[in-house]
Design a protein around this ligand. Structure first.
Ligand code: GLC
Length: 711
C-alpha cells in the first residue's frame, strides 16, 4: 500500500465554521421585546442557575443552599437549572416556568455531558488518542442525541483545558498537552454538540470550559493556584477556547482558579477584553459551581456584595449555584453600582440563546418521551461508541509480537479490571446505568476466546461512587496464589489492571501515578512464572509504567473506554482491529518529571544525555524524557514514512512549502498511521518550543490524501 501525503503548514483553519458569533436580527428583535416586558427581579432571575432536586456535582455553598426552589421557579427567579435529567423531570419543571410564571420564559437544562449520556463513550482524553476529528464530532453528536432525548439542552462541555500534568485528576476529561490538537478537538466537539442549528431537537448548547488556565494548577492539585505568564496563557491555554468560540460555541464556563492573582470568574481581561471584545463572543458566560462565592474563600472578596459586583462587572453573566446574583445584584443596581444597561446586556445573552435553542417557539422541544425510548442506548449508538473505542486504544509495547493473540494459545485473563463493568464507564457517567459496560471478560466470551480467569487482587477496598473519595488501603493478597497457578499453566497472560474511575476526574488529583494498590505485586508474582504477559491498562490519566515496561512484553493502553470497552479491547488483542491510537499526553518515567510535555522550550542547557558533565537540564535519578512520548503509538503492521521531500528548503514570509512523504506498509497487515508534521522556529524574539505540531493526517488503507500547503 503506497499513499502519498502532501502536507502543508496551514495557517487557515481547517474546520467548517458552521456557526459564527454573528447575530440574527430577527432573534435580536424578539430578545428586545421580551426584555422590555421584564421586571428587574425577572431579569436577575435569568442570571440565576440552580441545581436540580437530585444529583449534586459540587459542594453547596452556604448562601447558595436554596430550600424553596419551587417558589423561586414560580416567581420566575431561576433562568436555568443543572443536573435535571429525564423527560418527566424536565417537563415538570419547564411547566412551572412556562405556565406558572408571569412571562413564561422557558428554562435551559444543563448537564455534564463529558463522555456520553447513557451510551458512554471513551473518556475525552481517550478520544483524542484517535486523532480522528470526524469521529470525535460524531461522538459528541451522538451524546447530544441521547442527552436531548432526555430533556437536556446545555452540555457543560467540551472541557478544553490543555494540561501536561498527569497528577491532575481532570486530564481525563480534557484535550491533552498540545494546543493545536486541542483546538481541532474543541471545534469538533462544539460542532458535534451544536450541529447545523441549535434549534433542532437533537442538538444542544456547547459550553467550552474551564476558562481559563485550570489545567495548569500547581503540582496538578485540583483547584490549586495557577500562576502562568501571558506567553503560556496565550500560546497554550487560549487557543482551544478561541477555536471553540470560532466554531460557534454559545456559552463558556469560567474556572475556579485565579489567573495572575485574580479569580477567573472575575477576570475582566479574560472575559470582557479577550472573550467578549476581541473574540466577539455573543453567548453566555457561566460561572462554575459556586465559583462566585469562592471569590471570598480565595481572599479576593471580603463579602458577597463585593464578589457579586466584581464577577458581574468582569463579564460573568450567569451565577451557577452561588445565588449571589439572586441575592445581591438588585441592591447593586439600586445603588447604581451595576447599571441596568449592564444587566440587560447579560439578560439578552441568555434570552438570545433560549431563542436560538427554539425554546420560546416550543419550550417542550426536548421533552419527547418517544425519542427518549428510541434513541437512548440504541444499537446505532453502541456501534459508534465501539468504533470510537477501537480508535482510542494505544499500543505502547509489543516486543516479540506477542500480540495479536492467536487461537492456539491457552490464555489466562487475570486482574481486578478483567470483569469490572463499572470502571470502564469513566468518571463523568452520572446518567449511565451501573454495570452497563462490556467487561474484557465478556468481550472474550463474545469472541469465543479460549481462556480461564482469575481476579488476583481487588483494586479498591469498596465500590465508590460520585462524589465520594476512593480509599485504597487494600491488603488482601490471597487471590494472588490462584492467579499464579493459572498463569503457570497458560501460554499467555492478559493482565487487566489500571485505576478506578474515581481515582481520576474532578477532585481526584494524586501525588503518585503508578498502578494503585497491590497490582504491581500481582504483576510481579505472575511474571515470575510466565514471561508472556500482555498488560492492558485502563486509566483516566497517563500512568508511570516504567517498572511494568521492564517486566511485560506488551502494553495496551485502553484508558476508560465506555460502554463497549470489553469488546473494543478484545478486538484489538485478537487483531480483529489493528490499533491506531497515538498518545495525546506524554507518559512520564516518574511522577517527579511532571509536568512533562513534548513542546517544551530548549533552555540554555538543553537535555543532552550524551553529555557526561552535570551542567545540563536533567534529573540525576531518571533517564531523560518521557517513557512514551506525545504522538506515539504502535500498530500490528509495519508502516514506514519514507521519501520525505520538501519543495523548497528556504522561504520568505508569505511563501509556502510542500512537504511530500510516502507512507509504505511493509507488511500484509492492513493498518493506519497518523502522519504528523512538526515545525521548529529556531530563533525568535520569544523562545519557541523545540517542536510544534502543525498538521497531521490519519491515513487508512483506502485513503490517499493530499493537503495542499499554504504558508
Ligand atoms: C463542577 C465542574 C464543572 C461542572 C460543574 C457542574 O464543579 O468544575 O466542570 O460542569 O461543576 O457540574
Amino acid at each position: 500500500m503506497k499513499t502519498k501525503i502532501i502536507f502543508g503548514i496551514i495557517y487557515l483553519c481547517l474546520k467548517v465554521n458552521v456557526f459564527s458569533q454573528d447575530l440574527d436580527p430577527r432573534i435580536e428583535q424578539k430578545v428586545d421585546s421580551v426584555l422590555s416586558l421584564m421586571t428587574m427581579d425577572e431579569k436577575i432571575g435569568q442570571l440565576n442557575q440552580l441545581n436540580g432536586f437530585w444529583d449534586a456535582t459540587g459542594p453547596i455553598p452556604e448562601e447558595g443552599q436554596s430550600l424553596n426552589k419551587y417558589n423561586q421557579l414560580k416567581a420566575g427567579l431561576i433562568g436555568s437549572m443543572l443536573n435535571v435529567k429525564g423527560v418527566k423531570e424536565v417537563r415538570e419543571l419547564q411547566k412551572i416556568a412556562v405556565e406558572q410564571t408571569r412571562l413564561g420564559i422557558p428554562l435551559i437544562f444543563g448537564f455534564d455531558l463529558i463522555h456520553g449520556y447513557k451510551t458512554i463513550t471513551p473518556i475525552p482524553l481517550a478520544e483524542v488518542s484517535s486523532w480522528d476529528m470526524e469521529l470525535i464530532r460524531k461522538s459528541a453528536a451522538m451524546a447530544a442525541e441521547e442527552a436531548t432525548a432526555a430533556g437536556v439542552n446545555w452540555a457543560f462541555g467540551p472541557m478544553v483545558d490543555v494540561s501536561s500534568d498527569a497528577r491532575w485528576g481532570r486530564v481525563m476529561e480534557g484535550v491533552g498537552e498540545d494546543p493545536y490538537l486541542a483546538s481541532l478537538v474543541a471545534s469538533a466537539r462544539v460542532i458535534g454538540y451544536q450541529g447545523e442549528n441549535l434549534d433542532r431537537t437533537n442538538t444542544l448548547l456547547a459550553c467550552p470550559k474551564h476558562y481559563a488556565g485550570y489545567g495548569f494548577a500547581e503540582s496538578g492539585k485540583d483547584y490549586n493556584t495557577v500562576s502562568i505568564d501571558d506567553y503560556t496563557l496565550h500560546n497554550f491555554v487560549m487557543p482551544p477556547f478561541k477555536a471553540a468560540i470560532d466554531a460557534g460555541a454559545m456559552s463558556i464556563m469560567t474556572s475556579f482558579n485565579v489567573i495572575q492573582g485574580v479569580p477567573a470568574t472575575a477576570n475582566n481581561y479574560l472575559i470582557n477584553e479577550k472573550l467578549k471584545k476581541d473574540w466577539g463572543f455573543k453567548g453566555i458566560v457561566l460561572s462554575d459551581w459556586g465559583s462566585i462565592a469562592e471569590m471570598i474563600t480565595h481572599g479576593f472578596s471580603p463579602n458577597p456584595i463585593h464578589a457579586t459586583r466584581h464577577a458581574f462587572l468582569a463579564g460573568t453573566d450567569v451565577d451557577m449555584e452561588a445565588s449571589f446574583y439572586a441575592n445581591h445584584l438588585k441592591d447593586l443596581n439600586t445603588q447604581n453600582i451595576v447599571s441596568t444597561a449592564k444587566i440587560d446586556e447579560s439578560v439578552k445573552r441568555v434570552l438570545r440563546v433560549k431563542f436560538q435553542l427554539g425554546l420560546f417557539d416550543d419550550p417542550y422541544l426536548y421533552c419527547d418521551e418517544t425519542r427518549e425510548e428510541q434513541i437512548i442506548l440504541s444499537k446505532e449508538n453502541r456501534d459508534l461508541v465501539l468504533e470510537v473505542a477501537l480508535n482510542s486504544i494505544v499500543l505502547l509495547k509489543n516486543d516479540t509480537n506477542l500480540l495479536p493473540l492467536t487461537g492456539d494459545k491457552k490464555i489466562a485473563l487475570i486482574g481486578p479490571l478483567a470483569k469490572d463493568k463499572n470502571i470502564p464507564l469513566g468518571n463523568w457517567s452520572l446518567a449511565a446505568d451501573s454495570d452497563s459496560a462490556v467487561s474484557i471478560y465478556e468481550g472474550f466470551k463474545n469472541l469465543n476466546i479460549n481462556f480461564e480467569y482469575a481476579k488476583g487482587v481487588n483494586l479498591v477496598n469498596k465500590k465508590v461512587s460520585f462524589p465520594f473519595a476512593t480509599h485504597l488501603n487494600i491488603t488482601n493478597t490471597e487471590g494472588i496464589e490462584e492467579a499464579v497457578a493459572l498463569a503457570k499453566k497458560s501460554d499467555v497472560v492478559v493482565l487487566a489492571v489500571g485505576e478506578d474511575a474515581f481515582q481520576t476526574g474532578e477532585g481526584r488529583s494524586q501525588s503518585e501515578i503508578q498502578l494503585p494498590g497491590l497490582q504491581r505485586a500481582l504483576i510481579e508474582a505472575v511474571s515470575a512464572v510466565n514471561a508472556n504477559i500482555i498488560l492492558v491498562t485502563q486509566s483516566g490519566r497517563p500512568l508511570d509504567l516504567s517498572w511494568e515496561n521492564e517486566h511485560v512484553k506488551s502494553i495496551v493502553h485502553a484508558w476508560h473506554l465506555g460502554t463497549e470497552s470489553g469488546n473494543a479491547i478484545t478486538k484489538v488483542l485478537t487483531g480483529e482491529f489493528n490499533p491506531s491510537g497515538k498518545l495525546p499526553m506524554s507518559f512520564p518515567r516518574a511522577v517527579g518529571q511532571l509536568p512533562i510535555y513534548y513542546n517544551k522550550y530548549k533552555t540554555g542547557r538543553p537535555s543532552d544525555p550524551g553529555n557526561d558533565i552535570v551542567f545540563w537540564s536533567h534529573f540525576t535519578d531518571v533517564e531523560e524524557g518521557p517513557l512514551f512520548p506525545f504522538g506515539y503509538g504502535l500498530n500490528y503492521s509495519n508502516i514506514k514514512i519514507e521519501n520525505v521531500k520538501l519543495s523548497k528548503i528556504k522561504i520568505k514570509e508569505g511563501d509556502s512549502i510542500k512537504i511530500e512523504v510516502t507512507i509504505k506498509n511493509h507488511s500484509k497487515v492492513q493498518g493506519s498511521e497518523v502522519v504528523q508534521l512538526y515545525i521548529q522556529d529556531l530563533y525568535s524574539r520569544y523562545v519557541r518550543p523545540i517542536k510544534e505540531l502543525k498538521d497531521f493526517e490519519k491515513v487508512r488503507k483506502e485513503l490517499s490524501c493530499y493537503l495542499l500547503a499554504f504558508l
